[in-house]
Design a protein around this ligand. Structure first.
Ligand code: ACM
Length: 753
C-alpha cells in the first residue's frame, strides 16, 4: 500500500455525505463507507476518532499475536499517513486497541468498534485481529474519514472458509516480488488461499532436489513465435528458498499456499525431463496452449518418482491440502501403451478414466499417510476417488453439485465466470484473453452456494476460487488488469453473506483509488465509455455512448478537449458532422472513474474496422490474441476464432466502394486442440499461401474479391483488393482460405475505399 491520495478521494466523495441524524451520545455520521468486502453487521455510532503520530496501538502485555498484527497495522498506517503510531503494551483504551478475546466466536471473526475515545479490535485469534485491522485500515483510507474515522460497531465473520485465488506460474512465470504484491492484495481483500499452479505442459517451475532435470529441462520452453532451432527460450523456476519465502510471506498475511503438482495429465514438462515416467515418444516442453496429451505412465517407478516429488513439496508447503490437478488428461497415450493396458488388466480396470481414479486414489493414500489431504479438479470424480478427496469444480458447477451430493468437500472455481483469463469487455483496448466477456457484474452475480446442492450437503461447500491461467498474461500488468477490481467482487461474494451490487458499485471508486495507491493499475472496464459510431445522413455520424455498469454520468466533448465534470452529460445518441473527435468518460462525485476513451470520426473511419471491431463468423474458440511482433512500438491485439479464420462486418454501405485495403498478420498457431483439431475449418485455396475472399451477405454468398496472400510474404502486410460495383447496405464476410497451422493468418484491419 502506497500513500493514499486522500485529498483527491475526500474531494471526490464528499458529495455522498448526507445529513447526520441526532442520536443518544451525539450525532451519527452517515457518510457512506467504502468497505469491501462488506462486513456481516455494521452499525453507525456517534463520534469520530482521528489518529496522529502519538496515537498508540495498544496490546496486552505478552500478547504476541496481537503485537504481530499491531506491527502490520503500524506499517499500513505509515504508508497511508506517513507516520507510524507507537505500539505500547498496556490496558486497552485510549488509542487503537487490539484485544484477544474468547467471547468473539469463530476463526477469522472479529469485532471492531470506533467511537470518540478510540478504536477497539477484538478477536479470539490472530487471523480475526488481522482482518479487524484490515477493516480499520479500509476505514482509515476512506474519504468518509476526513474528520477522523466515523463511529462504527462492526461484527464480522466470513461466509466461506476457502476464499482462493489460483495463479498459473507455468504458462508464464512471475517474479517472487510480483507474487508477494498479489498476496498483499489478497490479504487486504480477506482472501485466505493462494493456490499455486506450479507445473504444467509448458513448464515445471519448482526446484526438486532429487530430480534436478525437472527444472534444468522442464523449466524452459521455446518462446511462442520463436520457431527456429536456436530461437529464444522462455525459462524460469522457483528455488526452494523462493517458495519458502512465498509461503512465509503468505502465512504472515493469514494466507495458506496450496501447491499444485499436475498429474496424470498436463505432465509434458515433467516427462520431457524424465521420459521414463511418461509414455510414447520423447517430448519437448510444450509451447502450445490447450490440451497436450502427455501423461505420466502407471508404473510403480512413476509412483516412486511422484511420491519423492510430493515429499519435497510437503517439506516446503505446510498446507494440509495438496492439489494434484487431474484435469484434461486426454487418455490417448494410455490407450496406446501396452504397459498401461497390461497394468489395467492386472488391476481388473476396464477403462482409462477409472484407471485415472485408481491413480489419483493411490496418490491420495500417500498424502493421507503423510497427514495431508488431496484436492483435484473435478475430473477426479470421473474415476473412483475416496470420499476424503476434495473436488475443485471448474467445468461449470456440475462437478461441485455432483461431488457435494456424494459427500466430497468442494471448492467452486467454475469456468467461465471465475476464470480471470476471460476478457472483461469488448472495448477496443481490452487486453488479450478468452471471450466471452466475463464482466465485473457476472462475477459479482456468482453465488458459490449453487442450486442443486442439497441443504444437508451445503457444509461441503468450502468456498470458491478465482483462477488466473496465464496463457495470455505474460506480465504483471496483464495479471493486474485481469485481477483488479474483479478481486473485490470475488472477495465480497466469498466473505459477505449479503450481495448488494449497487452498493458494491458505489463503494468501488474508493477501492480503485486504494489500488492505484498500492501501485496497481486496475481494469476500468466497469466504468469506461464504449463509443459506437454509425453513418448518419450524407456527411455525418451517429454516436452512441455506453458504459458497462451504467454507474455515474457519462460526459463527453466533441471539440477535442478532455471531458470534465462540467462537460455535456450524455442522455441519448447524438449526431456529429465529419470530422469530429468524441472524447468521453464516466463521472461521479466530481471525478472521472475511468480513462478517457476517444474516437476520431471522419469519412474514412466510418469505413474502417479493426479485427476486434469485427465479429468472428463462429464462436468455437475465439480469442483476443497478442501478436508476438511489435508494430509501431506496440504489440497489436487481434480477434480471431482459431477454429475458423473468418470475420463478418455487418451493415456495410457499399455504394461508391471500389476497393478494400486489408492489413494481415501472421501469428504462431500454438494451440494443442486434441480431438477438436478435426473441427478446424479448412477451405480450398488456390495457392500455397492462401487467399482472402470477400463474400457478400453471407460467407457462402457471392464472392466479391479474392486477394492473394503470397504478396504478404509470411508476415504483416497491407494488401489491396478490388470490389465490384454494388448498391445498398450488406454484410461482408472475410474468409482466409487454407487451414491454420503451424502459423495462422489473421485480419488486422480493413479500410474500404
Ligand atoms: C482447467 O482449467 N483445466 C482446470
Amino acid at each position: 500500500m502506497r500513500r493514499i491520495l486522500l485529498a483527491a478521494l475526500v474531494l471526490g466523495l464528499s458529495a455522498c455525505a448526507t445529513q447526520a441524524p441526532k442520536q443518544a451520545g451525539g450525532p451519527v455520521d452517515t457518510t457512506p463507507l467504502s468497505l469491501i468486502p462488506m462486513p456481516a453487521q455494521l452499525t453507525r455510532t456517534p463520534g469520530h476518532f482521528r489518529i496522529d503520530a502519538k496515537t498508540p496501538i495498544v496490546v496486552a502485555p505478552g500478547d504476541t499475536a496481537a503485537k504481530r498484527v499491531a506491527g502490520q497495522l503500524q506499517g499500513w498506517i505509515r504508508l497511508a499517513r506517513g507516520f507510524a503510531p507507537p505500539i505500547v503494551e498496556g490496558k486497552p483504551g485510549g488509542g487503537i486497541s487490539l484485544v484477544t478475546q474468547s467471547t468473539v466466536k469463530g476463526h477469522e471473526a472479529y469485532a471492531l468498534d470506533v467511537d470518540a475515545k478510540g478504536v477497539r479490535i477484538a478477536a479470539n485469534d490472530e487471523t480475526g485481529l488481522f482482518y479487524g485491522a484490515v477493516t480499520y485500515w479500509q476505514l482509515l483510507t476512506d474519504p468518509a474519514s476526513q474528520n477522523g474515522v466515523p463511529g462504527v460497531h462492526i461484527v464480522d465473520a466470513p461466509r466461506f472458509a476457502w476464499r482462493g485465488l489460483m495463479l498459473d506460474s507455468s504458462r508464464h512465470f512471475q517474479s517472487v516480488h510480483d507474487i508477494e504484491h498479489l498476496i498483499d492484495q489478497m490479504a487486504m481483500h480477506k482472501l485466505n488461499t493462494f493456490h499455486w499452479h506450479l507445473t504444467d505442459d509448458q513448464g515445471w517451475r519448482l526446484k526438486i532436489d532429487k530430480y534436478p532435470k525437472l527444472t534444468e529441462v522442464g523449466s524452459c520452453r521455446k518462446a511462442v513465435g520463436s520457431d527456429t532451432a536456436g530461437g529464444d527460450s522462455y525459462c524460469g523456476f522457483y528455488t526452494k528458498d523462493d517458495a519458502k519465502q512465498i509461503v512465509a510471506y503468505a502465512a504472515e498475511r493469514h494466507i495458506t499456499v496450496v501447491p499444485e503438482i499436475e498429474m496424470p495429465g498436463h505432465a509434458q514438462a515433467a516427462v520431457a525431463a524424465y521420459p521414463q515416467y511418461g509414455t510414447g515418444k520423447p517430448k519437448k516442453v510444450s509451447s502450445d496452449w490447450g490440451v497436450n496429451t502427455a501423461l505420466f505412465n502407471t508404473d510403480d517407478a512413476t509412483f516412486v518418482f511422484l511420491q519423492d516429488v510430493l515429499d519435497e513439496v510437503m517439506e516446503i508447503f505446510p498446507s494440509s491440502y495438496i492439489h494434484v490437478g487431474g484435469d484434461e488428461a486426454a487418455k490417448d497415450e494410455w490407450e496406446r501403451s501396452k504397459a498401461v493396458q497390461a497394468r489395467m488388466k492386472t488391476l481388473g480396470i476396464d477403462d482409462e478414466e477409472k484407471m485415472q481414479g485408481w491413480f489419483i486414489a493411490r496418490i491420495g493414500d500417500y498424502l493421507d499417510k503423510h497427514g495431508r489431504r488431496l484436492i483435484g479438479w473435478d475430473e477426479i470424480l470421473d474415476g473412483k476417488v475416496p470420499a476424503s478427496a476434495t473436488v475443485m469444480s471448474w467445468r461449470g458447477t456440475e462437478g461441485a453439485i455432483k461431488a457435494a451430493n456424494a459427500g466430497h468437500d468442494v471448492v467452486l472455481a467454475p469456468s467461465p465466470v471465475l476464470y480471470l483469463d476471460r476478457v472483461q469487455s469488448s472495448l477496443p483496448d481490452e487486453p488479450p484473453g478468452r471471450p466471452s466477456d466475463e464482466t465485473l457484474k457476472t462475477l459479482y452475480d456468482f453465488d458459490p452456494m449453487v442450486p442443486g446442492i442439497g441443504a444437508d450437503k451445503a457444509e461441503h461447500v468450502l468456498g470458491a476460487e478465482a483462477t488466473l491461467f496465464t496463457e495470455h498474461m505474460h506480465d504483471w500488468y496483464r495479471i493486474q488488469h485481469a485481477t483488479f477490481p474483479r478481486m473485490a467482487a470475488f472477495a465480497e461474494r466469498t466473505w459477505s453473506s449479503r450481495a448488494d451490487w449497487n452498493g458494491f458499485l458505489a463503494r468501488l471508486p474508493v477501492q480503485m483509488a486504494r489500488y492505484r495507491s498500492a501501485g496497481i493499475i486496475p481494469a476500468d472496464s466497469a466504468f469506461a465509455v464504449a463509443i459506437s459510431v454509425a453513418p448518419a445522413g450524407k456527411d455525418g455520424a451517429r454516436v452512441t455512448l455506453s458504459s458497462q455498469t451504467g454507474y455515474g454520468t457519462v460526459r463527453y466533448t466533441t471539440d477535442g478537449t478532455t471531458p470534465t465534470p462540467q462537460s455535456e452529460a450524455y442522455t441519448a445518441p447524438f449526431d456529429v458532422s465529419l470530422p469530429t473527435t468524441v472524447k468521453a468518460n464516466t463521472f461521479e462525485g466530481g471525478f472521472g472513474l475511468a480513462g478517457v476513451r476517444e474516437e476520431a470520426i471522419d469519412a474514412k473511419s466510418l469505413l474502417h474496422r479493426t479485427s476486434v471491431q469485427l465479429d468472428t463468423c463462429t464462436d468455437d474458440l475465439p480469442l483476443r490474441i497478442e501478436a508476438p511482433e511489435m508494430v509501431d512500438g506496440v504489440r497489436p491485439i487481434y480477434k480471431a476464432d482459431i477454429m475458423n479464420t473468418c470475420w463478418i462486418w455487418k451493415s456495410v454501405p457499399l455504394d461508391g466502394r471500389y476497393g478494400a485495403t486489408i492489413s494481415v498478420d501472421r501469428l504462431p498457431y500454438n494451440y494443442a486442440l486434441w480431438k477438436a483439431a478435426k473441427n478446424v475449418v479448412s477451405r480450398k485455396s488456390r495457392s500455397r499461401a492462401g487467399e482472402i475472399e470477400i463474400h457478400q451477405d453471407t460467407c457462402d454468398g457471392p464472392k466479391l474479391s479474392t486477394i492473394d496472400l503470397s504478396k504478404a510474404k509470411d508476415g504483416r502486410a497491407t494488401l489491396q483488393g478490388v470490389l465490384p460495383k454494388r448498391e445498398g447496405t450488406h454484410d461482408l464476410c472475410f474468409v482466409i482460405t487454407g487451414k491454420p497451422g503451424p502459423k495462422m493468418w489473421v485480419i488486422a484491419d480493413i479500410q474500404l475505399r
